[in-house]
Design a protein around this ligand. Structure first.
Ligand code: 5AD
Length: 339
């Protein structure tokens, strides 16, 4: 199975198929490709949700600026550093600093935080996921020590992108940021939601074609889950099967991509993580944020959070990864392999 050379019609067929046997064939092909490149290893990233302030107003997102119901917080530098220390003690070699587009995190402040982490953890991978910034900003962050940057493209179809974002947000700006990040030398992650309001099979085809063209090192793919107090609060959630088909197709189109089993999938199915690993995913991202932040970083309803210590969450995830037949690899940074 090589969807890279498939016609649009063939791709659309597998994007939409409900045939169990065909889906299993797709997942098995994705598993095989992933095994050729990464074996059975699953890489662990420690997620730190730094801020839920956001200047953007994406219609689907629970931390959009217009959501007066969102209980806002921002971690201080020392708190972020503490999360990194906890993560390091637990064995993490990658930290992912994620947040809304919070203007408090100016280049100076963010670079200072990054330099502090970089000094204390010279060998760890630092990933940032804080939205669209200028080329100058990305460059400064790269030289401060950031290795990777996640910025989902959200939708590869212009019309659909405009249907789920306010007019001031443009797919062209998003794509420009992604190409800039890649050119500057970041391991770069794109991605999208499945089952988002107004999304058609053709939109998902555009997502795959964009990934094929851009060749990101990472791809975040998760189902849309409605978020309270947003314009899309009453839209239905996406489906597990569609998300798994899109993850598997992504693995086949980008054999070496680092593909997380996303948290949103776990909201739809108890065994969402396991199913994603069996459909070609090879990354998990346990949450290292303080309890209060996990709770308030509610980009969608029912986001799982526990007041568990990070250690407990990690322990149960390691057991689940093993039980699914995979090998937790905490010790490696799990960098993208050259294409
Ligand atoms: N459902 C699922 N995913 C969402 N995101 C934001 N809001 C939602 C939602 N309601 C995703 C976006 C964003 C990422 C951090 O979370 O794709 O890029």
């Amino acid at each position: 199975m090589n969807p890279k050379i498939w016609s649009d019609e063939e791709l659309l067929h597998y994007i939409t198929t409900e045939d169990r046997a065909e889906m299993e064939e797709l997942f098995a092909a994705a598993r095989k490709v992933r095994k050729e490149h990464y074996g059975l290893d699953v890489y662990f990233r420690g997620l730190i949700e730094c801020t839920n302030y956001c200047k953007n107003d994406c219609y689907y997102c629970g931390i959009r600026r217009s959501n007066a119901g969102a209980n806002r917080y921002r971690l201080g530098s020392e708190e972020i550093l503490e999360c990194c220390r906890t993560g390091d003690t637990l064995g993490f070699r990658t930290f992912v600093l994620q947040g809304g587009e919070d203007p408090w995190f100016t280049d100076d402040r963010l670079c200072e935080i990054i330099r502090t982490i970089r000094t204390e953890f010279p060998d760890h991978a630092i990933t940032l996921s804080m939205g669209e910034r200028s080329r100058k900003s990305y460059k400064a962050l790269f030289y401060a020590g950031v290795n990777r940057y996640l910025l989902r493209h959200e939708s590869g179809d212009d019309t659909h992108y405009s249907a789920i974002h306010p007019p001031e947000m443009k797919l062209s700006s998003r794509k420009k940021c992604l190409y800039t990040l890649k050119e500057l030398g970041f391991q770069t992650g794109a991605g999208f939601m499945t089952g988002a309001p107004f999304q058609t099979a053709e939109c998902l085809l555009a997502d795959l074609r964009f990934l094929q063209e851009m060749e990101p090192h990472m791809a975040g793919i998760g189902p849309f889950v409605p978020a309270a107090h947003t314009p899309f609060a009453d839209h239905p959630a996406g489906s597990t099967d569609l998300t798994l088909r899109m993850a598997a197709l992504t693995r086949l189109i980008l054999p070496r991509v680092l593909l997380p089993a996303t948290t949103a999938l776990g909201v739809l199915s108890r065994d969402g993580m396991e199913q994603a690993l069996l459909a070609g995913a090879n990354v998990v991202m346990p949450n290292l944020s303080p309890g209060y932040a996990k709770k308030r970083y509610s980009i969608y309803n029912n986001k799982p959070y526990t007041d568990d210590e990070a250690a407990e969450g990690l322990h149960s995830m390691i057991l689940r990864v093993k039980a699914a037949g995979f090998v937790p690899n905490m010790g490696a940074r799990g960098d993208a392999k050259p294409a």
